[in-house]
Design a protein around this ligand. Structure first.
Ligand SMILES: NC(=O)c1ccc[n+]([C@@H]2O[C@H](COP(=O)([O-])OP(=O)(O)OC[C@H]3O[C@@H](n4cnc5c(N)ncnc54)[C@H](O)[C@@H]3O)[C@@H](O)[C@H]2O)c1
Length: 676
C-alpha cells in the first residue's frame, strides 16, 4: 500500500496542504435540520474514514473529531471548515480561472446554486427542495473547482454523487462534465439504504438542478406555475383561451426554494393567492425580494384581504404565517370558497423536515426532529391524514385540488390513508386527485414538447439578458397556439416582473424546435459580439429527461410509467451529441427510487461547433419525451410526432402507435373468458 506522502505526491489536483480556518456561521442564514442517522458503529467509522480521504494526513488527527461531531449533530459530514468565508455568488465568467469557457461557466453555475440569496441551506450545500445538494461537502466543492480550473476542451470531468472522480481525455465535441447523483443498485434503491449511503458520504441527492448545477432561483418554476394556473383556470373555472385568472382565488403552501414561485406566479396571472408558510424567515426573504406582496398571521385578515382583491379583480399574493392545515381547517369551518387548491410542502421528504405537522411551530418541528424522529413521524402522519380529509371536504364543495409535483398524495398514502389511492390498496392505478401533470402539464404542454428551457447570461450583464429576451420573443409566433401566446406574454413581461434572483437568467417554456431556433439565434449573437457567452439548459421537469410516475410521467398510462429507459436515453443521447454538461439523477423532486431524471447544460461560445451540437441535440432532448409519450398513446403527442415525421421526412423518424379499439379489446377478452 502506498504511503499517504506518496499518494499526495502522485496528485497534482488536490486540496491545499494548509488547513483553512473554520469560517464560522452567520446566524442570519437558515441551517438544515439534523438528517436521519441510522449508521451502525462500524458504518460511522467508515463515514469518518471516507470524509478524511480528501484531507492530507497531517490534519487527520485534528479533523477526525471535528468531522465526527458534525456527523453526530447534523447527520452528515459537511466539512464546514472548508467552506470559503463570506458570501458565495455566481460572478461574471471573466472572474473565474480556467482553461476553457465551459470550465469557467460551470463555476458560475455552481456558485449561483450556493448563493445565500438562492440556496435554501447554503452552509449544507442545499440549493432547494429541503435536501437537493450541489455536492455532499465542502471538500468536494473545493476539489470540483480545482478540476474545473484545470479542465481543457479535450477533457471530461467525471463527478459521481458530488465526488470528482477525475479528468479524462475526450475530444472537443465531448461533454466537458458528466455527472450522476444518487444512482443505486436496484435492490438497494430505497430511501433507507440510500440514507445510509449518503450518511457514509458515498451518495448525494442532487434533486434536479441542484446537483445538476442549473438552478436559476425560483424564477425557474414561476413560469411553469403561471402556465399551470392559467390552464387550471381554463379547464375548471371557464377562463377564456386568451384570458387570465383575475378575480379567482388560489390557495397553497410553501414559500421555499421552488414553492416560493407560487405567490409570484399567481400575481403574474392576475389572480389572488394565499400561501401558508410555517418558516417566518422564508416569508421575510420572499417579501424582501418582492415575490410575495403581503403577510399576516391572522387567517381572518388573510381571507378578508383576498376577498377585497377578488372583488376589485386585481392581483394580490398573501403569505399566511402558519400551517396549511390550520388554514384549510379555518376555510372548512367558516365555509370559505377556495377555487384552486394545491400544496408545495417538501412532501418528497416528509419525515426529514419537509413537512411541518399541524400543532408544531417551525422551531418545535426542528427540535422534535432532532430529539425524537419516531415521535416526529407520528405527528407528520396524523397531520397529513387530517390535511387530506380537509381537502376532501373542500373538493366536495367544488374546489379543484391538484397535486403539484411534491409527492403529497404519495406521502398521505404512506401516512396510512390508503383511500387516497384510486383502488384503495396500492398506488398502481394512481390517486383520487389528479396531479397537475395528468390534467394540465402533460396533455397541454409536455405532449407538444413544451418545457422549461432556460439560459444564463454568463457575463452577468443585465443588458445581455434584455437582448436575449427580445431575441427569444421575436422567435415566437403568438398566434400559433394558446401555449405560444402564454409564452410570448411571459417573455414580453419578464423584465417588468423582476424575476431575476442570482445570476442573469431567464426561463421560457418552448417546444423542441422553438428551443433549437432560439439557441441558434443566441449562439449567433455571441459570435457577432452582441452578447457574452450563454449557458443553456432546462430543469428536469420537462417532456424529456425525466421518468417519474408521480409527476412528469404521471399521464403515461400504458404501464411503462414504472420504467426509466427514456430518462437514461435522453442523458446518453445528449452526451453522444456533445452537450457541455450532462447529468443523471435518482429521485428528482419526488424522492429516492421514485424517479430517474436527467438534465443538461450547454455553453454557447459563438462557434460553428456549437451550432452543430445545438442542431443535433436540442430537438432530441425534448423529442425523446414526445416520442415516448406518443408510444404511450397520449393523444396530443401522437399529433406532435406525426407532424414531426412530416417535417423531417427522410431524416428523423418516430414510431407511432396504431390504436386498438377499446370495444374490440373488451369483446376479445370477454370471449376468451367465456371459453375457459
Ligand atoms: N411542481 C414542480 O414543478 C416542482 C418543482 C420543483 C419542486 N417541486 C416539489 O415541491 C416541493 C417544495 O419544493 P421547495 O423547493 O419549495 O422546497 P422547500 O423545502 O424549499 O420549501 C417547502 C416549504 O414548505 C414549508 N412548509 C412545510 N410544511 C408546511 C406546512 N405544513 N404548512 C406550511 N408550510 C409548510 C417549509 O417551511 C418550506 O419553506 C418539493 O417536494 C419539491 O420536490 C415541485
Amino acid at each position: 500500500m502506498l504511503k499517504n506522502i506518496d499518494i499526495s505526491n502522485s496528485m497534482t489536483i488536490k486540496l491545499d496542504s494548509e488547513l483553512p480556518e473554520h469560517p464560522g456561521f452567520d446566524p442570519e442564514y437558515r441551517r438544515a435540520p439534523k438528517r436521519e442517522l441510522t449508521l451502525t458503529d462500524r458504518e460511522i467509522k467508515l463515514a469518518l474514514k471516507n470524509a478524511l480521504r480528501y484531507i492530507p494526513e497531517e490534519h487527520h488527527e485534528k479533523l477526525a473529531p471535528e468531522f465526527l461531531e458534525e456527523l453526530m449533530t447534523m447527520g452528515r459530514i459537511y466539512g464546514y471548515r472548508y467552506r470559503p468565508e463570506g458570501r458565495i455568488k455566481g460572478k461574471s465568467i471573466d472572474e473565474y480561472k480556467g482553461k476553457c469557457v465551459e470550465g469557467k461557466a460551470m463555476q458560475v453555475m455552481i456558485e449561483n446554486n450556493l448563493d445565500f440569496d438562492i440556496a435554501l441551506y447554503p452552509y449544507e450545500l442545499v440549493t432547494y427542495g429541503e435536501t437537493g445538494q450541489v455536492c455532499q461537502n465542502w471538500m468536494q466543492y473545493r476539489l470540483i473547482k480545482k478540476y474545473l480550473e484545470k479542465l481543457t476542451n479535450e477533457q471530461t470531468l467525471v463527478v459521481m454523487s458530488g465526488h470528482p472522480v477525475g479528468l479524462f481525455k475526450s475530444n472537443k465535441k465531448s461533454p466537458r462534465v458528466i455527472l450522476t447523483n444518487g444512482l443505486m443498485i436496484g435492490m438497494f434503491d430505497n430511501p433507507k439504504d440510500w440514507s445510509k449511503a449518503t450518511a457514509m458520504g458515498v451518495s448525494s441527492y442532487g434533486q434536479m438542478t441542484a446537483g445538476g448545477w442549473m438552478y436559476i432561483g425560483p424564477q425557474g418554476i414561476v413560469h411553469g406555475t403561471f402556465n399551470t394556473l392559467l390552464n387550471a383556470g381554463r379547464l375548471k373555472l371557464g377562463v377564456a383561451e386568451d384570458g387570465d385568472i383575475r378575480g379567482h382565488l388560489f390557495v397553497s403552501s410553501g414559500l421555499g426554494g421552488m414553492s416560493g414561485a407560487q405567490a409570484k406566479a399567481v400575481e403574474i396571472a392576475n389572480g389572488v393567492g394565499i400561501i401558508a408558510e410555517v418558516d417566518k424567515s422564508r416569508i421575510k426573504t420572499r417579501i424582501e425580494q418582492g415575490w410575495v406582496s403581503k403577510s399576516t398571521d391572522s387567517l381572518q385578515e388573510a381571507f378578508e384581504l383576498a376577498d377585497e382583491y377578488i372583488d376589485k379583480k386585481e392581483p394580490m399574493s398573501i403569505a399566511f404565517e402558519g400551517n396549511i392545515v390550520d388554514l384549510l381547517e379555518y376555510a372548512v369551518d367558516n365555509d370559505i370558497k377556495i377555487e384552486l387548491l394545491s400544496d408545495q410542502t417538501s412532501c418528497h421528504v416528509p419525515y426529514d423536515g419537509g413537512y411541518c405537522p399541524q400543532g408544531l411551530s417551525f422551531e418545535e418541528r426542528t427540535e422534535l426532529l432532532k430529539k425524537d424522529k419516531e415521535e416526529f413521524k407520528k405527528h407528520v402522519d396524523k397531520s397529513l391524514i387530517k390535511h387530506f380529509k380537509l381537502i376532501e371536504k373542500l373538493v366536495d364543495k367544488g374546489t379543484y385540488f391538484f397535486d403539484y409535483g411534491n409527492a403529497f398524495m404519495r406521502a398521505v398514502f404512506d401516512a396510512g390513508a390508503k383511500e387516497i389511492a384510486k383502488n384503495g390498496k396500492d398506488t398502481s392505478e394512481g390517486f383520487v386527485f389528479p396531479s397537475y401533470v395528468e390534467d394540465i402539464m402533460g396533455p397541454m404542454l409536455f405532449d407538444y414538447g413544451y418545457g422549461p428551457f432556460r439560459w444564463v447570461c454568463l457575463s452577468g450583464n443585465h443588458e445581455d439578458l434584455i437582448k436575449t429576451d427580445k431575441a427569444a420573443m421575436d422567435a415566437i409566433d403568438p398566434n400559433r397556439r394558446g401555449q405560444d401566446r402564454d409564452n410570448y406574454v411571459w417573455i414580453r413581461d419578464a423584465e417588468k416582473n423582476k424575476l431575476v434572483v442570482g445570476t442573469q437568467a431567464r426561463i421560457l417554456y418552448q417546444d423542441a424546435l422553438g428551443r433549437r431556433d432560439i439557441a441558434l439565434k443566441f449562439n449567433k449573437m455571441v459570435r457577432d459580439g452582441e452578447i457574452g457567452p450563454v449557458m443553456l439548459g432546462r430543469d428536469h421537469h420537462d417532456t424529456g429527461g425525466t421518468d417519474s410516475p408521480y409527476r412528469e410521467t404521471s399521464n403515461i398510462k400504458d404501464g411503462s410509467n414504472i420504467t426509466a429507459d427514456m430518462a437514461v436515453h435522453c442523458f446518453a443521447g445528449n452526451a453522444a451529441r456533445g452537450m457541455s454538461l450532462v447529468a443523471l439523477h435518482n429521485g428528482g423532486g419526488v424522492g429516492i427510487s421514485k424517479a430517474i431524471n436527467g438534465g443538461f447544460g450547454m455553453v454557447l461560445d459563438g462557434s460553428k461547433r456549437v451550432d452543430e451540437i445545438l442542431i443535433n441535440s436540442i430537438p432530441w432532448d425534448a423529442m425523446v419525451g414526445v416520442a415516448r409519450r406518443n408510444w404511450a398513446r397520449c393523444e396530443n403527442s401522437i399529433d406532435t410526432a406525426s407532424q414531426y415525421n412530416k417535417k423531417f421526412q427522410g431524416k428523423d423518424h418516430i414510431t407511432i402507435p396504431y390504436v386498438a379499439d377499446d370495444n374490440l379489446i373488451e369483446k376479445t377478452f370477454n370471449n376468451f373468458k367465456k371459453e375457459i
